[in-house]
Design a protein around this ligand. Structure first.
Ligand code: MN3
Length: 202
């Protein structure tokens, strides 16, 4: 049986950038529902003993398994999303929460500068029509950003996710209404744990 991953922070810890109300619905209701649905769908089947990652890879792009894929992928995607966030650090100045070392070098190699990376990430996220995700992934020694619709993710492509940002409306509507760009700006600059992403890149 799959269970809802524990958060490393309190539901109110991401305020004001992500409200307790948003996180309690998004984590406690949406993410929990994907876990519950996945358990219902795989119990008693050949997939019940597989890991979450194995189920995602096995069901990717297979229409006959779309319900299992959608729920397994959404459990996986939200696990990555919550894990790549942290409470905003009030001790450091604005602009201090950026990647370090080799990740920063890889971002600068692929996107010219940190500021340009932020712009391209937001532009890509705004171009995702409807629900989906935007990812920073490790591809060999470099990094790339990609968008995926609905629950799709880069796992089956063999790419290692460093950062995942949910751009389904349920992730920002209570706090930002239709302002997806403002949500992205706040998350990327304040809540993404760039230090953790830098470690994952190594
Ligand atoms: Mn979501």
């Amino acid at each position: 049986m799959f269970t809802l991953n524990k958060l490393a922070y309190e539901l109110s810890a991401l305020e004001p950038h992500m409200s307790e109300k948003t996180l309690s619905f998004h984590y406690g209701k949406h993410h929990q529902a994907y876990v519950d649905n996945l358990n219902k769908l795989v119990t008693g089947t050949e997939m019940e003993d597989l890991s979450l990652e194995e189920i995602v890879i096995k069901t990717t792009s297979k229409p006959e398994f779309s319900a299992i894929f959608n729920n397994a992928a959404q459990v996986y995607n939200h696990n990555i999303f919550w894990d790549c966030l942290k409470p905003a650090d009030k001790e450091v100045g604005i602009g201090a929460n950026i990647p370090q070392g080799e990740l920063l070098s890889a971002i600068e190699a692929s996107f010219e500068s940190w500021d340009n990376f932020l712009t391209e990430f937001k532009t890509l996220a705004l171009s995702q029509f409807g629900s989906g995700w935007v990812w920073l992934v490790k591809d060999g020694d470099s990094v790339k950003i990609l968008k995926t619709p609905n629950g799709e993710n880069p796992l089956a492509l063999g790419l290692k996710p460093l950062v995942a940002i949910d751009v389904w409306e349920h992730s920002y509507y209570l706090d930002y209404q239709n302002r997806r760009a403002d949500y992205l700006e706040a998350i990327l600059k304040n809540l993404v744990d760039w230090q953790k992403a830098s470690h994952k890149f190594l």
